[in-house]
Each structure stands twice: as structure tokens, then as C-alpha cells.
Write a protein that binds this ligand. Structure first.
Ligand code: GTP
Ligand code: MG
Ligand code: ZN
Length: 286
């Protein structure tokens, strides 16, 4: 693991370390105080990106002090808006900006313009929510200027399904880096979890980026079911007109959010994602 250190001598440097000894509890992105090589304590965090751990009952802090989350998706493995919507809830709840990086555009742009149009339409819902979409090709280094600009002066993190090209993007942003990437598994079309730990890298063009292992799903932590609606930012303009002040926008009569969904002022897919996320918190499942 690597931590950003802002030591007692006011110097700033990146220090590689593992989460053992007195530094236990520090995570990637933390600013820590050092005496020699030993972490004496962890500075207060600006933000925390948290998910539920593999067992489903404890918080796992993925990274600290992240300013911007890049949700990396691609032509393949298959695009899942449901995962994007979960990440957006987590980012909004943590005060982290979110952007979408759609990678591997080389796989459709020249061959199949219809395919491209289909993906553009599916992701068109996000920019009006304040979530820009970058269209990139990591292997050819195309479309990365806007990503560089978004990271400059900040701490960013690449998240998403395995095999979408997070590490390939890192390699494209740091010429000559050559971090390990791997072909998608032939059988499933999904990635094989090539990156196994979360690590922070400084970009030559400014800012720092954290590469993280691909995940299958993102379990939300410490967001009550009745608060999920607060993180669907497009609901706010309509929610004030619901009959009930505490409307969950589900079975209630005279719900202005549902009316907006029917008129497609709110994306029906986003609304369905809302219902699914809320339900998954009501009933965390096995
Ligand atoms: N055609 C094409 N393939 C790409 C592109 N970017 C990445 N790939 C390929 O996609 C595969 C997976 O890339 P990785 O960078 O390892 O993906 P990852 O998201 O880091 O995967 P995990 O570490 O498992 O989460 C590799 O075979 C890459 O060469 C791209 O822009 N175009
Ligand atoms: Mg990787
Ligand atoms: Zn309502």
C-alpha cells in the first residue's frame, strides 16, 4: 500500500507501507505523520470511500481523501448501469465528485457506429446529473486529455468491474509505467481480477490516481434505506411536491417523483435503480 504523507516537517511525499504496526488503520490516500519510517498517527480525512466488506457486516474503507471517483466501464465486460448508480450513491454520500470513463471505444467506433450510438444513449442520463462522461481508448491513448485535466491537482480513484481497463488507463497516463494488465477471461467475458491491491500513483501531468481491484458488486455502508433518495440528485426538484414530506417515492399516493418518471422527466432506469438499491438495504440478503 502507498500513503501520501504530510509529515511533521511539512514536507509532502509518497511513502510505501503496509497496514501493520502503529500505522494500522491508515489506508491509501491518508496523510500520516511519520517518525522515521513509522506512522505515528493518521491525519483527519477529508473524505472516505467506504463499502461493505466481503462478509457483508463491516465497513471497508477503500481510500481516504479522494476528490473524484472515476467509474470505469467499457464496451466489454458488459456495461451495467446498476453498478454506476450504486457508486454514485456512495460518492454523493461521501462528498466525492464522480465521473464516468467509458473505455475501449476502439472496439466499436470504426466498425459499428450504431453500437456507439447505443452506448452514448445509455450514458446520456449522467452528464445532466453533474457526472461527465469521458470516451477513451487506453491502448491507443485516445480521449485522455479531459481525464488528465479532471485529476490535475486532486486525488482520483479508478473503480469498476474487473477488466474494464483501469490499470491500462493508468499505464496510458504514466508513460512507460507498464503496470500489469491481463486479457479478459475467454469463458465468461469478464475480467480476472488482475489488480489485487489498491495503490496510489502520482501523474506526471499533476494530481494522483488510485488504481483499485475490479469488483463484482458494491455494497453500500451506513446509508439507511430511507436516505437513499437523497443521493438521487434529480429527485430533489420534484420531491418537494410530493403529498407526503417523507415520501419514499414508492407506493405513496400523489408522488411527484413517480409522476416525473411517468413523464420521463426522470429516467425510468434511474428510478428502478433507486428502488432496487433501497430494497437491497431493507433486505441485505444472504
Ligand atoms: N481494445 C481495447 N482493450 C483494452 C483497452 N483498455 C484495456 N484493454 C484490455 O482490457 C484487458 C483488461 O485491462 P486491465 O487494464 O487489466 O483491466 P482492469 O480494469 O485493471 O482489471 P482488474 O485489475 O482486474 O480490475 C486487457 O487485455 C487490456 O489490454 C482499450 O482501450 N481497448
Ligand atoms: Mg487492474
Ligand atoms: Zn414521492
Amino acid at each position: 500500500m502507498i500513503f501520501v504523507s504530510r509529515g511533521v516537517h511539512r514536507e509532502e511525499k509518497i511513502v510505501p507501507c503496509s497496514a501493520r504496526g502503529p500505522g494500522k488503520g491508515a489506508v491509501v490516500g491518508d496523510y500520516v505523520y511519520l517518525t522515521g519510517d513509522v506512522i505515528t498517527h493518521v491525519a483527519p480525512r477529508r473524505t472516505e470511500l467506504i463499502r461493505v466488506d466481503a462478509l457483508g457486516d463491516r465497513p471497508q474503507i477503500i481510500a481516504a481523501n479522494v476528490d473524484v471517483m472515476f467509474i470505469v466501464c467499457a464496451v466489454e465486460p458488459p456495461l451495467r448501469e446498476g453498478l454506476i448508480d450504486r457508486y454514485l450513491v456512495a460518492a454523493h454520500a461521501s462528498g466525492i465528485d464522480a465521473e464516468i470513463v467509458f473505455n475501449k471505444i476502439d472496439l466499436f467506433l470504426d466498425d459499428d457506429p450504431e453500437d456507439a450510438a447505443d452506448f452514448k444513449e445509455r450514458l446520456a442520463v449522467y452528464p445532466p446529473l453533474g457526472v461527465p462522461v469521458h470516451w477513451c481508448c487506453a491502448v491507443e491513448g485516445r480521449g485522455l486529455d479531459t481525464v488528465r485535466t479532471a485529476i490535475d491537482g486532486r486525488i482520483g480513484i479508478f473503480v469498476g468491474h474487473s477488466g474494464t481497463g483501469k490499470t491500462s488507463l493508468l499505464n496510458a497516463l504514466i508513460p512507460g509505467a507498464g503496470y500489469r494488465v491481463q486479457e479478459l477471461s475467454e469463458q465468461s467475458g469478464r475480467g480476472r481480477h488482475t489488480t489485487t491491491h489498491t495503490e496510489l500513483y502520482a501523474l506526471p501531468t499533476g494530481g494522483e490516481i488510485i488504481d483499485s481491484p475490479g469488483i463484482r458488486g458494491f455494497g453500500l455502508w451506513a446509508i439507511a434505506a430511507d436516505k437513499v433518495k437523497d443521493h438521487f440528485v434529480e429527485f430533489a426538484a420534484f420531491a418537494t411536491k410530493c403529498r407526503f414530506g417523507d415520501c419514499a417515492h414508492d407506493q405513496e399516493p400523489n408522488c411527484a417523483v413517480k409522476a416525473a418518471v411517468e413523464r420521463e422527466k426522470i429516467s425510468p432506469l434511474r428510478y428502478e435503480a433507486y428502488l432496487r438499491i433501497r430494497e437491497s438495504i431493507d433486505d441485505p440478503g444472504p
